[in-house]
Design a protein around this ligand. Sequence first.
Ligand SMILES: Cc1cc2nc3c(=O)[nH]c(=O)nc-3n(C[C@H](O)[C@H](O)[C@H](O)COP(=O)(O)OP(=O)(O)OC[C@H]3O[C@@H](n4cnc5c(N)ncnc54)[C@H](O)[C@@H]3O)c2cc1C
Length: 349
Amino acid sequence: MAIEKVSFEETLKRGVVERGLCVGCAACVISCPFNCLEYADHGPKIISECKVCGICARICPRFNLSLPSLERIVFGRERRNEEEFGIYKRILVAQTTSDEVRAVCQDGGVVTSLLISAFEEGIISGAAASHESVKEPLRAAPKLALSRSELLECSGTRYTYSPNLLALKEGVQKKIGKIAFIGTPCQIHALRKIQAFPLKKYADAVSFSVGLFCSESFTYDGLVMGFLHGKMGIRPEDVARVNIKGKMLLKMKSGEVIALPIKEIREYACSFCSACPDFSAELADISVGGLGLEGWSLTVIRTDVGDEIFRRAESKGAIKAKPLEDKRILDLLIRMSRRKRENLIKSPS
Ligand SMILES: Cc1cc2nc3c(=O)[nH]c(=O)nc-3n(C[C@H](O)[C@H](O)[C@H](O)COP(=O)(O)OP(=O)(O)OC[C@H]3O[C@@H](n4cnc5c(N)ncnc54)[C@H](O)[C@@H]3O)c2cc1C
């Protein structure tokens, strides 16, 4: 299909960046064949004259996003109305069997265990994931994880935005071989647009994707520096882990747990999250979230590729799984998915 050739300024700058809808995923930056864009201040910055190839507008998850057309490519059909959290093959409650993973993971450690299992089986050479910034505690930063210890280092959730596609670019540039991609729903949308286009150098490199359930991410300046540090007097470097389960739970390095009401942090949510229709990463090969579970991950296996990756981890003994029996969890997943779809501000075109 011929690409409509419109400049970055006329499409993404005007329709996405200037309207405050840019998520900062870096899809445009990594897809520009002329390297006209760099990633700066949480978004694309034009550094040389746009060559008007039109590719960035085709890849952006906030520009002309059509989930039904991506569903047709990923699943061969569109989602039916009753498939409220997307198309899937199996839904399970799962947990790591590794004490090492359990010590550092967010919920059931499913993401890290899947990655370690695929890495040890030689299915992937690394993962485009996210770790805690070395310089700024509690800030998420992209990380190309190339060993078991680096995959463990990525475990756990940082609630600020991490442009993991930059780690994918690094892996492709370094020609490391097959890569697993981990990301929030908007990042999975970008990845699927890249595969659908296709931008072959990235499409061919990705072995499978793991999507994280996501209500919203938060600004570092607002949540960490403004609220936690400024208002509550909590030093980011003293916090070992953050989880959000009805409340914001801070596990301090001292062992103390501090619970903060969720309504106090809502104002620090990233405004661009209001344009997202997807809670459960409906286009990923496997989607994982914590919802109301303690020490387990709700795991939605969506594609044949995802099924194979999960089965191999399970048969290796890296993960144990059981059917989802608690209807309240399923109801919550449906409610969260509806809420996201209903909040949708129409994607610009
Ligand atoms: C911003 C954000 C909001 C979320 N909101 C919800 C929610 O509302 N409800 C819910 O049920 N679950 C939510 N999750 C998912 C949840 O926090 C866990 O990531 C998920 O349950 C997997 O747990 P695990 O123990 O299997 O993962 P782990 O084994 O701990 O692995 C976590 C993986 O997440 C990746 N990661 C960590 N932080 C980020 C980030 N900022 N951006 C991209 N990748 C990252 C790491 O690379 C790691 O590979 C959210 C995650 C994020 C990043």
